[in-house]
Write a protein that binds this ligand. Structure first.
Ligand code: ITT
Length: 202
């Protein structure tokens, strides 16, 4: 059984492979389909974008696909960067330290200091245009007073997780997956596929 993990983000792919490792499913990455251009993520919610990406890749490859859309919601910034997390700050802020600087500056301007925040992950499993399964995961925390840690990726260094008194970038990969938004959503998919393997056509 094959399942296309439809993400261009290598860090996500590594985390997802770790979570799904014990299932007898061949997980194929998008590097197997280099000719397919990325879709525009035009949805206004994480769930819409996850569905859009999964259907886009599954209909072009003929393989069942799972896609996820994720991001950081900062309450002190009205939920920003949200669905715009990957491109927050525009092309001049392609590097994450620049995105962090923008966030700290905007939080200071609003006197919002160490705002509460959460990571959200929505995933969609599809076969062609047909939706098979959806799941969502969230992790609650705060914006750290300064970036810390060099594990993980993206916004992990500025996401302080109170139960561990560390940022997500200071947790090991397995430890992060055990508590993270993506870990929660993909464990739900894992449990669904363990019970319903027949939805992935051989
Ligand atoms: P695909 O759309 O191809 O999956 P992408 O990186 O563009 O890859 P998204 O549009 O879902 O993915 O953007 C998610 C962004 O949210 C990601 O690039 C990070 O900036 C942030 N993000 C999501 N999960 C994260 C995590 O676990 N740790 C840190 N940052 C995360």
């Amino acid at each position: 059984m094959r399942l296309l993990v439809a993400t261009t983000n290598r860090n996500k792919l590594r985390e997802i492979r770790g979570i799904m490792a014990d299932l007898a499913i061949e997980l194929v990455g998008l590097d197997a389909y280099p000719a397919i251009a990325e879709p525009d993520e035009t949805g206004s919610t994480f769930a819409e974008n996850a569905r859009l990406k999964a259907v886009y890749y599954s209909t072009r490859t003929g393989v069942p696909a799972v896609a996820e859309d994720s991001g950081l919601e900062i309450d002190g910034l009205g939920g920003e960067p949200g669905v715009h997390s990957a491109r927050y700050g525009g092309p001049e802020a392609a590097e994450y330290p620049k995105k962090f600087a923008i966030i700290y500056e905007r939080l200071r301007a609003r006197n919002a200091g160490s705002s509460s925040a959460r990571f959200v992950c929505a995933l969609a499993l599809v076969d062609g245009p047909g939706l098979l399964f959806e799941a969502r995961g969230t992790i609650e925390g705060r914006i750290a007073d300064a970036p810390r840690g060099d594990g993980g990726f993206g916004y992990d260094p500025i996401f302080y997780f109170p139960p561990r008194r560390l940022t997500l970038a200071q947790l090991g990969e397995d430890e992060k997956a055990g508590v993270s938004h993506r870990g929660q959503a993909f464990r739900r998919l894992h449990d669904y596929l363990r019970v319903h393997p027949e939805v992935l056509r051989p």
